[in-house]
Every structure is written in C-alpha cells, then in structure tokens.
Write a protein that binds this ligand. Structure first.
Ligand code: ADP
Ligand code: MG
Length: 243
C-alpha cells in the first residue's frame, strides 16, 4: 500500500481552540498529517503541546474547530454524534494512561463491553472474551474487578477491550505512564505485537526511549507538528516491511 489515496488517516488544516474565560488556547494549529495502514507512530512533545488533544480528535472523542479528518477515505468530521460513535466502536481502539476500566465490572465484563454496545451475539462475545483472556494471560483474572488487578493486568484488560472489536487503528495515550519500567516494557511489546499483526499503532509518550522504538516519530510543540521523521510506508520504492 504505497498509494497515498489508501492512507488510513488524512488530517488537513486541523485547528482546535479551547476558550477559558477571556483567554483562548490554540491546542492544535494547522495540523496536516497522513498515516498509512499498518504504521507505528510515536507522538512526542512536552506537556501541554497538544498530544492528547490530537489523539482525542483522531479517536473521535472530540471535534476540530476547523479542518478535515478523513478515516479510511471517509470524511468523519461532519458525521453526526451517532455515526461517529459507530465508527469509533468499529474502527478505533483507545488505551489510556489511567486504564479507564469500569470499576464495577470484572475483567471479562470490561472486555465484553464494546461488543455488548455493538450488539455482537452472546456466543460470539464469549468466544472472543475467552480468546482475549487467554492471549493476554488473564485466564485466572477473568472474574476479578479492576481494583483486584495490578497495573500491568489492568492495562492488559484495557488493551484486550480496545482490540476486541478488531479496530483498524489503536490509539494509546501514555499507555505506560502509570506503570513501572518492566511492566511498561511488557505493555509496549503487546502493542507492538498487535502492530505486527496489522493494526495501525499511534502511541503518545514523553519517554524518548519508548518513542524511538516506533518506525516514525512526530514531535509536537505548542499545538503544531514541528518534526516528522516520515512514513517509511508511503515513501515510494521504500517498502521496508510487507504492507
Ligand atoms: P498534552 O497531552 O501534550 O500534554 P493537551 O493536548 O492535553 O497536551 O493540551 C494542549 C493544550 O490545550 C494545553 O494548553 C491544555 O491546557 C489545553 N487544553 C486541553 N484540553 C482542554 C480543555 N478541555 N479545556 C481547556 N483547555 C484544554
Ligand atoms: Mg496528554
């Protein structure tokens, strides 16, 4: 897939302004960005530079004030909230720094939640939950609630939940931010394995070492992309990995 038209994500002239009383914060300024299917991108930059705002927009958790967002060739900027929720549910997985699991639900129930909301039949649901628990080494934690799990186990539940609908893109906002180094390493390896299987992976991190592992690095400063190491996948004739 070296054809630009086949890009998974196309952002053009994206602006996001927050109003706080009399002052305004330009959280995103003229962001134009293409991401191809299967890429692994790290987004880096100081606190307040707009990384989470960008990820939230990509995840359809927020809307831009100007500009266009195309996901899989489709303009998703102008969709109704219901249509956006559907795209989010079917195409996008989100992993957060603080896990965002539902406290009252067990690990298995948290993983099943996106499929319940999407109306997947119970038999298929159980099958996929069982497989996810097995794949993520959570078999013996299936009936534990989040407060009965370690940080690493919680993030594994969150990753299972984010991928159980088989999304095209996985957005991770500082996924290792609340984990010790060894556990963070394990979580990054899981995300990278998903990328090897074909999921497009965008990871926000302010850890240079983690960011360097991605095939492409984006640097943000003050709401703008100040450096882009470039997409290996979209450089013609330079297919370092199979599409
Ligand atoms: P980062 O994730 O890089 O630390 P953010 O995207 O969270 O940065 O924030 C970018 C800028 O936008 C910051 O100045 C932040 O204070 C501001 N901001 C983010 N979200 C909101 C909001 N909901 N209301 C007002 N200002 C916000
Ligand atoms: Mg942030």
């Amino acid at each position: 897939m070296t054809d630009a038209a086949a890009n998974l994500i196309e952002l053009t002239g994206i602006e996001r302004v927050f109003h706080l009383g009399d002052s305004e914060v330009r959280a995103l300024r003229r962001i134009t960005l293409s991401i191809a299917h299967g890429e692994y991108v790290a987004i880096m930059g100081p606190s307040g530079s707009g990384k989470s705002t960008l990820l939230n927009l990509l995840g359809l958790l927020d809307r831009p004030d100007a500009g266009t967002y195309r996901l899989e060739q489709r303009d998703v900027t102008t969709l109704s909230p219901e249509e956006q929720a559907r795209v989010r549910s079917e195409r996008i997985g989100f992993v957060f720094q603080s896990f965002h699991l539902v406290p009252r639900l067990t690990a298995a129930e948290n993983i099943a939640l996106p499929m319940m909301l999407a109306g997947i039949a119970p038999a298929e649901r159980s099958r996929r939950v069982a497989k996810a628990l097995r794949d993520y080494g959570l078999d013996d934690r299936a009936h534990h609630r989040p407060d009965q799990l370690s940080g690493g186990q919680r993030q594994r539940v969150a990753i299972a939940r984010a991928t159980v609908m088989r999304p095209a893109v996985l957005l991770a906002d500082e996924p290792t931010g609340n984990l010790d180094r060894a556990t963070g390493e394990e979580v990054m390896r899981l995300l990278e394995e998903l990328n090897r299987q074909g999921v497009t992976l965008l990871v926000v991190t302010h850890d240079q070492t983690l960011g360097a592992r991605a095939r492409r690095q984006l640097a943000m400063e003050d709401g703008a992309i100040t450096n882009d190491s470039g997409s290996a996948l979209t450089l013609a004739g330079n297919s370092s990995r199979p599409a």
